[in-house]
Design a protein around this ligand. Structure first.
Ligand code: CP
Length: 337
């Protein structure tokens, strides 16, 4: 049984295999339906637009089906902590819920954002870990505390479609402002996927917004294996120089627990100058593409003039979620037999 909840479950070889299949089927679809009679169970602890529709579309167009469960909205609230005394609002434990769901579906997708317990807890990724432990069918991440691997794969597919190859492609992952501290799953996944695809990744963020050392070490290992590289700077312009792609994403401070809600809002506001504008894009290469995972808060996180510019690939990038997920579910099934 093959779970894919982190890029590590694929490694650079798996990333290549999934991306190659996704690109091939995007050009000329599979000769027959891929998932006839199969059901994907989709468990959402958090909202979604792209992930929900793209996974469901993959199953429906592939001859299968999807069952969507919104935790706490028509479905029992779920406990994941072993040994928990369940005397609050979580009425069902994942020890039962995951194997029970596994009796009815062929694969399980799970979306579970960071619980806000800090970077160390996100590194453990406790809820997706509980699904991995207790499910008896393959589990695919639809974004968890540490990573959003399907987003990372779609990002790299978009880079390859734009530039032909990602080998040593200079790309900047830049922090962007927001009204509240966001999880690090998306920046982590872009960093890991781009490093696994051989990019020259520059990460730019204000001081105090470092990504977790274990994520950085993993990215370093992928870059070493693929001939890519990873560098970090607090200077956005330095990172942008010569970059062929600008990937903007907001994330919260490394020591989020040290701040009161008001302090963290003030901290984020103090870096409003990091919002990508056309001036920001002019610091990158002439043909630079702009990427963002969406949803995006216009004129807070990214300026209208960037999102509406011809260099923006954000809609194609979202569309690629379908293509990488179709290839990924097929890869997981063929590695689970
Ligand atoms: N990028 C992404 O995962 O979008 P949703 O949150 O809408 O699924």
């Amino acid at each position: 049984m093959k779970h894919v909840t982190h890029i590590q479950d694929l490694g650079p070889e798996g990333v290549e295999a999934v991306l190659a299949q996704a690109a091939a089927w995007k050009f000329k679809g599979p000769s027959q339906p891929l998932f006839p009679g199969s059901i994907l169970g989709m468990v959402f602890f958090n909202p979604s637009l792209r992930t929900r529709t793209s996974f469901e579309a993959v199953m429906l167009r592939g001859g299968g089906n999807a069952i969507i469960l919104d935790v706490g909205a028509g479905v029992w609230k779920l406990e994941h902590r072993e040994g928990a005394v369940m005397n609050a609002d979580r009425a069902e434990h994942l020890k039962e819920a995951a194997p029970v769901l596994s009796r009815f579906v062929d694969m399980l997708g799970v979306r579970t954002f960071s619980q806000g317990g800090g970077d160390e807890e996100d590194e453990v990724d406790p809820i997706i870990g509980a699904f991995r432990k207790w499910a008896t069918v393959p589990v695919v991440s639809m974004e968890s505390a540490r990573e959003h691997p399907c987003q990372g794969l779609a990002d790299v597919l978009t880079l390859r479609e734009t530039f032909g190859s990602t080998k040593k492609l200079p790309v900047t992952l830049t922090w962007a402002p927001h009204i509240k501290p966001l999880p690090k799953a998306v920046p982590n996944s872009f960093l890991l996927s781009a490093a696994a695809a051989g990019c020259e990744v520059r990460v730019a963020h204000p001081p105090g917004f470092e990504l977790h050392p274990a994520v950085r070490a993993e990215a370093e290992a992928y870059a070493k294996a693929t001939g890519g590289s990873v560098t970090y700077t607090h200077d956005q312009d330095e990172a942008l120089a010569g970059s062929r792609a600008v990937y903007a994403k907001s994330w919260g401070p490394s020591a989020a627990a040290a701040y009161s809600p008001n302090d963290v809002t003030a901290l984020l506001a103090s870096y409003s100058g990091w919002m990508p504008t056309l001036r920001t894009m002019s610091r990158a290469a002439k043909d630079a593409a702009f990427l963002h995972c969406l949803p995006v808060r216009r004129n807070v996180e990214v300026a209208d003039e960037v999102l509406d510019h011809k260099s923006s690939r954000v809609v194609d990038e979202a569309g690629n979620r379908y293509h990488v997920q179709r290839a990924l579910l097929h890869w997981m099934r063929s590695h689970s037999r």
